[in-house]
Design a protein around this ligand. Structure first.
Ligand code: UGY
Ligand code: MN
Length: 254
């Protein structure tokens, strides 16, 4: 880095509690105990008004977390491999995750991560408080988004969705990937209670957040708070695609 060679500007926008766009060039690194040889940046957190924490983490050669991530009796965790090759363990079950691979760990199950290659591997990491439902318990679940069928979204053949976790009522949230062909868009501007943390995997778009349109692209991160208006048009020549979290299967508590 060093001295700037131009006026300091940023595409980042942060409206606490409402939405945030956090592009890679403004992110700072955070030391998180337990992660070794890993460059981590905290994205969403309660500090921005989110009820979950998202991180983007670059595991360098020998990068690992041997102490375990999550594992508390009320915390669930999720990891998605943006690029590279990782070993991910859920207590003593081991998974090898390549690009698109992911692992969900329910409460009380620790996640252990290790880079399996000499080059960097990058992951999108998440934790949140699980809302239990009597008689139901979510379970360890791993997969790869490249193996999941893309389903037509809201009757529009140029938009597809993938559900990464089981649609079982035991789960209080899911991760999805939405993919828009160039020029595709949402069918309407959404207004909903649920929050999202979205990591852009490819392409470029114009995103409407609280009725402000802003350009976004691959590697940007977007936080959408409760009731934040939201919709996008894909622009450019590549598909706009992002992985994001969404709560489900629970009533709102008062
Ligand atoms: O599932 C969703 O709410 C999703 N369509 N939201 C979004 O893409 N901003
Ligand atoms: Mn939404």
């Amino acid at each position: 880095m060093g001295y700037p060679n131009d006026i300091l500007t940023s595409r980042a926008v942060v409206k606490h509690g409402l939405y945030a766009v956090i592009p890679p060039e403004g992110r700072v690194n955070n030391v998180i105990p337990g992660f070794e040889n890993v460059t981590m940046s905290i994205l969403s957190s309660p500090g921005i008004g989110a009820k979950f924490v998202d991180y983007i983490a670059t595991f360098h050669k020998d990068g690992k977390n041997e102490k375990g991530f999550g594992g508390q009796e009320d915390i669930e965790t999720f990891v998605y491999v943006v690029e590279g090759k990782m070993e991910a363990k859920a207590d003593d079950e081991t998974f090898v995750l390549e690009q698109g691979g992911y692992l969900y760990c329910p409460p009380s199950v620790k996640m252990y991560l290790k880079n399996l290659q000499d080059e960097d591997s990058r992951v999108f990491l998440y934790k949140q408080k699980h809302t239990p439902l009597e008689g139901h318990k979510p379970w360890v679940y791993a997969g790869n988004s490249n193996d999941i069928e893309e389903v037509i979204y809201d009757d529009m053949e140029n938009v597809h969705i993938q559900d990464l976790l089981p649609t079982d009522i035991a789960f209080d949230m899911n991760f999805h990937i939405l993919t828009f062909d160039p020029a595709a868009s949402h069918p309407f501007v959404e207004t909903h209670y649920q929050q999202h943390g979205a990591y852009l995997l490819s392409g470029e778009g114009m995103y409407n957040l609280d009725n402000e349109w802003m350009p976004v692209k691959k590697e940007d991160y977007i936080f959408m708070g409760p009731y934040c208006l939201q919709a996008a048009y894909a622009v450019g020549r590549e598909k706009l695609s992002y992985v994001y979290s969404k709560d489900c299967n629970r009533d709102v508590s008062l």
